[in-house]
Design a protein. Sequence first.
Length: 485
Amino acid sequence: MRTVLFALTVALASGQASAQDRSRPFEEIRPGALRFDPPEPRRLQTTKGVEVLLLEDHTLPLVSVFARFRGGPSNFPRTHLAASSAVPGLLRSAGTISMAPDSVDRALEFYAAQTTFGGGGESSFASLNTLTEHLEPALQVWFELLKRPGFDSAMVEVWRGQAIEGARRRADDPGSLAISQFNRLMYGDHPIGWDIGIGDLAETALQTGRLREVHGAIFCPQNMTLGIVGDLDWATARPLIEEALADWPDCAAEVAEPPLARFETPPGLYLIEKDLPQSTVIVGKPSEVRLSDDKGYFASRIGNSVMGASGFTSRLMSRLRTERGYAYSAASVWTTPRRSQGILGAVTQTKSESTVAAIRLIREILEELTREAPDEAEVQDAIARISNGFVFNFQDASRVVSRQMLYLSQGLPLDWLQRYLEGIRGVKAGDVLRVIADNVASEELVILVVGDPDAFDEPLETLGPVTRLEVSRPVPPREAPRFQR
């Protein structure tokens, strides 16, 4: 009864207010300006010169430690591709000089510690998460993995066997095959275009000496940035970090900068024949836009969203799927490296009987965007989408620190997230038109199709001369991978 009376009272009060202010609805509502105050980590340094980002968070008795290293597979020659790809994962799985792999597992389990190790391109990383009360012993095990890996031969062979199986399966997945071959077309004999093949995985490619050569060049204090988040202060963290760094040898070699990519494949149509009921289509070309605090860069982010990166509201998705029913999904990609050219492209999968029509429509959409600025509503929707999703960059302290470590490694300022948001909000429709017009030309497109030409709606040659690519199925090496000790 009280609930009913309360509801009636509220309704009556609302009605009276509405009657009094009917001529000026919502006039008194004055939302305040939104404030953007992300947490700021402290920027510190150890006696060995390792930069540390520390963000205290005493909400829970947990500590996370992140390490980012300059150097990855792109910094080594092709002869070291297998070793440079394997080392980050083997740091965790292949034990240390003093601890067998199962001993490491037991120690981390005992301290309830979670770790990650990985790498790619020009960087490698590792992380540790544990309870504050277990930080010291867990940190000792983690640093031991980073400093003195054991490279247990049985675990190295496990990694090799998995890599061989992955190389064998790549040709059976049309999506993976298309991406792999498109990268090879665009980048040629450059690290970005490399995939680990059977020929890279001979036993000699993963000899202990080569693994240690890669490890000594990447995992060393001079290449490292540390991030610490959680329930501790610098007075507590510093002695633990300094002790771990004290006996860590300097880098065994300088990590070489990879060569700049050279896009030498001529524009045109390229076909990989596969007996499949649908085709995978990738359309792309080099782009001059770099990651920078520049209007063109921010406009490219909005342009990519309008083009195909925003899901169902994008041009590619709405035209290819919603209007024509050619594809279940379609998307655009616009990479913006810091030092070199990137790739602007579109990808879709369509039934064989609509392959040529889908390619025509993709080219048509790209050409339209070079002639006419997108609607202001499209631009504002893209800005709102990026801005509204921006809060997830600050979802937790760990994400803030890990992102800022990434920005430091790329030579960007620590306030890059704020600059990025401001840059995105300042983009106009004309800016998007200019950056797309400067970077898209239909006569410069490289178009790769993986599919069955006998089932296409029209001969692919109606779009222009076609170059057929041969992709041989990899044969496993004679010696079988050995998984036993």
